[in-house]
Design a protein around this ligand. Structure first.
Ligand code: MTE
Ligand code: MO
Length: 264
């Protein structure tokens, strides 16, 4: 059913591609209108998504029922980034927090939590596995990352989404999403980025996401282990390589020896 829907949409986009191609031929050296550019980027997205996701949709992580939700869900790692900047955002209820999406995208975005809450959301009840030896089942609600990436227009050649967080485990002040030593970060490939259960969560167990669990925004990437689920998200950077970021291994814990692909 779902795949029939996707295929219909794919056929529709493919039909649109023919039209856009003809238009491109006609306008030749003329400046592209924004609406045309939009169609063009949609086609770029389609090519990538069809290759990486539609043709190999991958498995869904198991989803549970409300009765399975754990009475306590241990907060782990950083449980409060602290510092003047983050504390200021807490005091303002994160009204001025921004999630930036930049790097290899055609339209960099800067979104407030309210912007995200206005978009369609996904709710999922999943099991979280921490390598320290505990698990917990929780309910997460947020925006599918794939939707945000489609809005930003992933550029040709991009391969990874890198998540820059507000907490610095060396206690250094944060720099608004600019990576610095000791700052938590993570990365996933575009296959996981466009996976339907990969969401930027703002609610946890039916309430606004709290500080210990990553307020105001955290990643859920349900087919992978706990440390991939970056909390306190400030910036998502699309890139073709993470070799130049921090220790070059794609994440705070990866730089300290953990696996980059952490299948749960
Ligand atoms: N920014 C940030 N994200 C993070 C961590 C962290 O220390 N900082 N810890 C990771 C680890 S090891 C786990 S198990 C989960 C814990 O999520 P929780 O606090 O909601 O239980 O967050 C992950 N994401
Ligand atoms: Mo963890």
């Amino acid at each position: 059913m779902a795949s029939a829907k996707i295929l219909t949409r794919r056929a529709a986009i493919l039909a649109g591609f023919g039209g856009a191609g003809a238009l491109l031929w006609n306008v030749n050296s003329l400046t592209l209108s924004p609406s045309f550019a939009h169609v063009f980027h949609a086609v770029e997205d389609w090519t990538r998504i069809s290759q990486r996701t539609l043709l190999s949709p991958g498995q869904l992580a198991r989803e549970y029922s409300p009765a399975d939700i754990s009475p306590t869900f241990k907060p782990n790692g950083t449980i409060n980034p602290g510092g003047d900047d983050y504390n200021g955002h807490v005091a303002q209820n994160f009204a001025n927090w921004r999630l930036k999406i930049d790097g290899m995208v055609s339209r960099p975005l800067s979104l407030s939590v309210a912007d995200l809450r206005r978009l369609p959301s996904r709710t999922q009840i999943t099991k979280h596995d921490c390598v320290e030896g505990w698990t917990a089942i929780g309910m997460w609600q947020g925006v599918q990352l794939g939707l945000l990436l489609k809005a930003a227009g992933v550029a040709m050649g991009a391969r990874y989404a890198v998540f820059h967080c507000a907490d610095n485990l060396d206690g250094e002040p944060q720099k608004g999403g600019i990576q610095s030593p000791g700052q938590y970060y993570e990365s996933i490939d575009l296959n996981d980025a466009f996976h339907p259960q990969t969401i930027i969560a703002y609610n946890f167990n039916g309430k606004t996401l709290d500080v210990p669990h990553g307020a105001p925004l955290r990643l859920r990437v349900e087919r992978q282990l706990g440390y991939k689920h970056a909390k306190y998200l400030q910036r998502i950077e699309l890139t073709d390589s993470f070799a130049h970021i921090a220790g070059g291994q794609g994440g705070y814990w990866e730089d300290r020896g953990y696996e980059w692909y952490a299948g749960a």
